[in-house]
Design a protein around this ligand. Structure first.
Ligand code: NA7
Length: 515
């Protein structure tokens, strides 16, 4: 919004939440923490902002990120232009007037020349269809709709379903409070330590002095975060050197630095197995009961092909007497009942249930808005076989409509803040370009979209990413088309492609001139 307003445009934002912050507004569960370092997970568009704001720690907790986003909203005077507590239900293109009509759940409608869809990649929660949930007598929660007043688990028996990034973050917090925590695990996941810590004043000074160089490196990097690797294949190192290298990175903490150690960890199954085995070794060292440790050892997919989780205390938590691990891969959850949960093997008496079961990711929020383009074509129909876009930013058949971090862009496989900024700047420049040249409508061509989708798929198939049943491919949502959604060619190369499209007068777009 700030970028568009600074370009002289009139902007109205609709926000379903009662506050700004998006993901960081909704996900206020205990233990919620960013897994990208604060110095990367922050805006770079204004050098004064990054000098004025001081991050307290390496991996910021949810309240600090939310404070930052509120600070940004205030600093740039955005609040008067954001309509909170308002959900967009539909947006319909009028071909005669060449504008969108945006309908909201308060019964209002507004017209606009352009629609920018920034509804978030992880905003539509997923609650599994568990028979009998309505009969459960206790309370149940989804992590992404956590009560803002908090939940007291003292003296309660709690069931946690889901062991992804969120489940792994919330579990130790619940275990510290509850009488007993049952962790229902379907797929064991890889997790590495954060080694989170507060910044000292001298570190903060050094970070602020280095921002310009750091941001420049981030923009050209693969993930939107500068990571220094060894430049070697994991397989050309001796096992002893490899172990030492992994151990040093494990001690330093963070998922991206570990996955960036060798050039082939995300492309060669043999190379990937070296880091997988290293992590499994650490789990076995940490968890005292060998049978629990084995159940916690991930084997179902290559490391990094699902989001690599980060926690300093998840595995050690299983040494507590009030925590048990329930394997719902071998004995699936079958139902909720008035007193708790039932698996194929046993009943568990529980006072509260916590669903850390993730999201209808990347396309979920957008697919719940009726987006109707020229000729009455709906986006839901256009994407029935899976999302297709040009550069992850525009869709053929939907003029003057743009996506922020849409499917087909680096998006969720990159530092989101940097990728959001890059998309926002691309969209702003394109809108300004149309205004300067009397272009009434701009739309991606089918041909450009097909070529881009083929390119996104080709690059993904060269990696290990498609080998996991992850939310990156929509595998977590029953009936969702299986398409690998993020662009894994790298943030730097992606930016270069966007820049050359713009420099060529928006190659791959059809421009319709007229008033
Ligand atoms: P994720 O990563 O999608 O994790 C969801 C977890 O819930 C995962 O362990 C799932 O097991 C589990 N799940 C989902 N449905 C069920 C059922 N029916 N039974 C048992 N277990 C189930 O979501 P998160 O919120 O943790 O993380 C999302 C992103 O947010 C994360 O990557 C960060 O980028 C921030 P499965 O693996 O499918 O067997």
């Amino acid at each position: 919004m700030h970028a568009l307003r600074s370009a002289g445009l009139t902007v109205r934002a609709f926000e379903a939440g009662s506050g700004v912050g998006g993901t960081w507004f909704w996900n206020c569960y205990p233990g919620a923490r960013c897994d990208v370092e604060s110095t990367d997970y922050s805006y770079s568009f204004d050098p004064a902002l990054e000098q004025d704001w001081t991050w307290s720690e390496r991996y910021p907790a949810q309240p600090e990120v939310l404070r930052y986003l509120n600070h940004v909203a205030d600093r740039y005077g955005l609040r008067p232009h954001i309509q909170l507590n308002t959900r967009v239900t539909a947006t319909v293109w009028d071909d005669g007037r060449r504008e969108w009509t945006v309908l909201t759940d308060d019964g209002e409608s507004r017209t606009a020349r352009f629609c920018v869809m920034a509804a978030g990649c992880l905003s539509e929660r997923h609650v599994p269809d568990l028979p009998g949930l309505e009969t459960f007598r206790g309370d149940w929660y989804h992590t992404s709709r956590w009560p803002r007043e908090g939940v007291d688990f003292t003296g309660r028996r709690v069931g946690l379903i889901g062991t992804g990034s969120t489940g792994i973050q919330i579990a130790p917090e619940i275990a510290a409070e509850a009488e007993h925590l049952h962790v229902f695990q379907r797929t064991a996941n890889f997790a590495v330590p954060n080694r989170n810590r507060a910044f000292t004043p001298s570190e903060t000074d050094a970070i602020k002095a280095r921002y310009p160089a750091h941001r420049a490196e981030a923009r050209e990097s693969m993930l939107g975060v500068p990571v220094t690797g060894t430049g070697l294949s994991a397989l050309e190192e001796s096992p002893e050197n490899r172990r030492k290298t992994y151990a040093a990175r494990w001690e330093a903490g963070g998922g991206m630095p570990l996955l960036g150690t060798y050039t082939d960890l995300l492309v060669s199954p043999e190379a990937n197995d070296t880091v997988a085995e290293f992590i499994r070794g650490r789990i076995r060292e940490t968890v005292s009961d060998p049978s629990v440790a084995e159940l916690l050892c991930p084997r179902a997919y290559p490391v990094g092909a699902k989001r690599l989780c980060q926690s300093d205390d998840y595995f050690a938590m299983f040494n507590r007497p009030n925590v048990s691990l329930v394997d719902v891969r071998s004995t699936p959850l079958t139902a909720a009942c008035p007193d708790g949960l039932r698996t194929a093997a046993a009943d568990y008496e529980l006072d509260a249930l916590v669903f850390a079961t993730g999201f209808d990711a990347v396309t979920g929020a957008l697919s719940r808005i009726a987006v109707i383009g020229p000729g009455g074509q709906s986006l839901r129909d256009a994407w029935r076989e899976g999302p297709r876009s040009y550069l992850g930013v525009a869709i053929a058949g939907f003029p003057n409509l743009f996506l922020v971090t849409g499917p087909g862009s680096p998006s969720v496989l990159s530092n989101m803040v940097l990728s959001i900024e890059q998309h926002v700047e691309f969209i702003r420049d394109l809108i300004v370009f149309t205004g300067d040249r009397g272009v009434a409508a701009v739309e991606a061509t089918e041909r450009a979209q097909e070529d881009w989708a083929a390119h996104v798929d080709e690059i993904a198939q060269e990696t290990l990413f498609p080998r996991a049943d992850s939310w990156y491919v929509g595998a977590n949502i029953p009936g969702k088309a299986r398409v690998f959604m993020p662009y894994v060619g790298g943030v730097g190369p992606y930016r270069e492609q966007c820049d050359s499209v713009a420099a060529a007068g928006y190659d791959g777009f059809t421009l319709t001139y007229g008033g």
